[in-house]
Design a protein around this ligand. Structure first.
Ligand code: GTP
Ligand code: MG
Length: 452
């Protein structure tokens, strides 16, 4: 009923997958379809996220979704750009996303970042479905714009259909190799035991009605209890990015997953060295798409309730870290909230040893993922930190006793110019990559080759 739904927040849906497999296109299609359904005003563009209300979803999904069956308000989609690891999307004790869509190009199948996403989904226990994208590129395809998959299937030649089926079963096999029992979504009875695969095209929109229907159904069925929050309570969120913004200095792009944040609120943010306590100067939301090119790119808002993406402008944010917690203090004890943030950060502390390699990563989440991968590979860590490679890292790495540990492993980070010079002058070697297991593999190959 209406009354109860007011306390249910929007489920957070992370869209992830390998570079170029179509994550952004899929969201663009959902936004674009909403425009053609006359629902343009209903879609709100957040920082790093897009909110799609239930009415809009049912507009796109047509007969597949009856809004009366649902009391969740809609879905909040988070796009994860290729260079940005999904592992940033963490929250207290787990994943920020309630559910995920793993986008896989039907022709390419599993690729390194698909595997990496699967590992993180497994580790965080995040439920997910697979969008088998780009079905329109199947040879001989007869596109049916915006139609549900059954309609489009029925319009294909036997040949085109079996070509697609082959690709789909390849992906189902790859999921099974990764330890997930999977099937085409309409054959799945129990979505907690099996991963549903939804064939889609981000270009023609085929299968998008099905995708939204499955997401909405899963959220409603399995996640409703988690969505019941105190929307008026002090906000909690996760930093997606720390960014300079003209006129605002250092700002935070944040996804709020609980409560409310208001202008003037005192907040605690996880920092490089210690928790940052500061006051919200402004809360900013992007202007609607059509206005984004104008001078003012943001609208100021007084408050934001979960779940939502928002840009926070406040003093002293320079040391804030992507992946770190944000907490509104409001009427709580300040020291208690600081302790809370500290304990959350302590969960991510990486075990270091007397001897080992130096690890640098772009976010807390990716640092955590790196540490896990290195532990599995039995590679010891001397120091692990968020941030670009600095001269100090070179100095630390050069103190390792073994030559094979005089190494910096950098994930998604830059090398500061003065560190570049130090690297040239020392024996320390830098490995960098934006795929974790590639980074580990490159390093292992290096170690093996040295032994010969
Ligand atoms: P990153 O953000 O770089 O990781 O990529 P992405 O996953 O967001 O992929 P993006 O949406 O940018 O799409 C990559 C390319 O694939 C673009 O040229 C798209 O037009 C194309 N593409 C995406 N989806 C489809 C699809 O369903 N069919 C076809 N034919 N092309 C697609
Ligand atoms: Mg993209």
């Amino acid at each position: 009923t209406r009354d109860r739904s007011e306390a249910l927040r929007t489920p957070i849906v992370a869209v992830l997958g390998h570079v170029d497999h179509g994550k952004t296109s899929l969201l663009d299609k959902i936004r674009g379809s909403a425009v053609s359904e006359g629902e343009a005003g209903a879609i709100t563009q957040h920082i790093g996220a897009t909110a799609v209300p239930l009415d809009t979803i049912s507009g796109i999904a047509g007969s597949l979704v009856d809004p009366d069956d649902f009391d969740l308000p809609g879905l909040l989609f988070i796009d994860t750009p290729g260079h940005h690891s999904f592992s940033t999307l963490r929250s207290r004790g787990g994943a920020l996303a309630d559910i995920a869509v793993l986008v896989v190009d039907v022709n390419d199948g599993f690729q390194p970042q698909t595997e990496e996403a699967i590992d993180i989904l497994k580790r965080t226990g995040t439920p997910f479905i697979v969008a088998a994208n780009k079905i329109d590129t199947t040879p001989g395809w007869n596109p049916q714009d915006g139609e549900p998959i059954q309609v489009t299937y029925d319009s294909q030649s036997d040949r085109a259909r079996s070509r697609l089926d082959e690709n789909l079963y390849e992906i189902i096999g790859q999921l099974s190799d990764s330890g997930f029992s999977a099937d085409l979504y309409w054959r799945v009875q129990d979505f907690q035991a099996n991963v549903g695969v939804v064939p889609v095209s981000a270009v023609t929109g085929e299968g998008v009605p099905d995708l939204l229907t499955v997401l909405m159904g899963l959220s409603q069925r399995y996640m409703k209890d988690q969505m019941a929050i105190d929307v008026e309570g002090p906000g909690a969120g996760t930093v997606l990015e720390v960014k300079e913004e003209k006129g605002f200095g250092t700002t935070l792009d944040v996804v709020m997953y609980d409560g409310t944040i208001r202008e003037g609120d005192e907040i605690v943010v996880g920092g490089m060295h210690e928790p940052i306590v500061t006051e919200v100067r402004a809360l900013l939301q992007p202007k609607p798409l059509a206005e984004i090119r104008t001078e003012k790119r943001f609208d100021r808002v007084d408050s934001v309730a979960a779940a939502a993406g928002v840009k926070i402008a406040a003093p002293d944010l320079e040391d804030a870290m992507a992946g770190a917690p944000v907490r509104v203090i409001r009427d709580r004890d300040r020291e208690a909230v600081i302790a809370d943030v500290e304990s959350e950060l302590a969960e991510i502390q990486v075990d270091t040893e007397e001897e080992g390699v130096v690890v640098k990563a772009d976010t807390l989440g990716s640092l955590e993922a790196m540490a896990n991968a290195l532990k599995e590979a039995e590679i010891p860590i001397l120091r692990a930190e968020v941030g670009d490679v600095a001269p100090r890292d070179v100095a630390v790495a050069s103190t390792a006793a073994e030559a094979e540990h005089q190494i910096i492993l950098g994930f998604n980070v830059d090398v500061l110019p003065n560190a570049e010079r130090e690297l040239e002058e020392s024996d320390v070697r830098l490995f960098d990559d934006d795929v974790i297991y590639q980074l580990v593999e490159d390093y292992e190959t290096f170690v093996e080759e040295r032994k010969r």
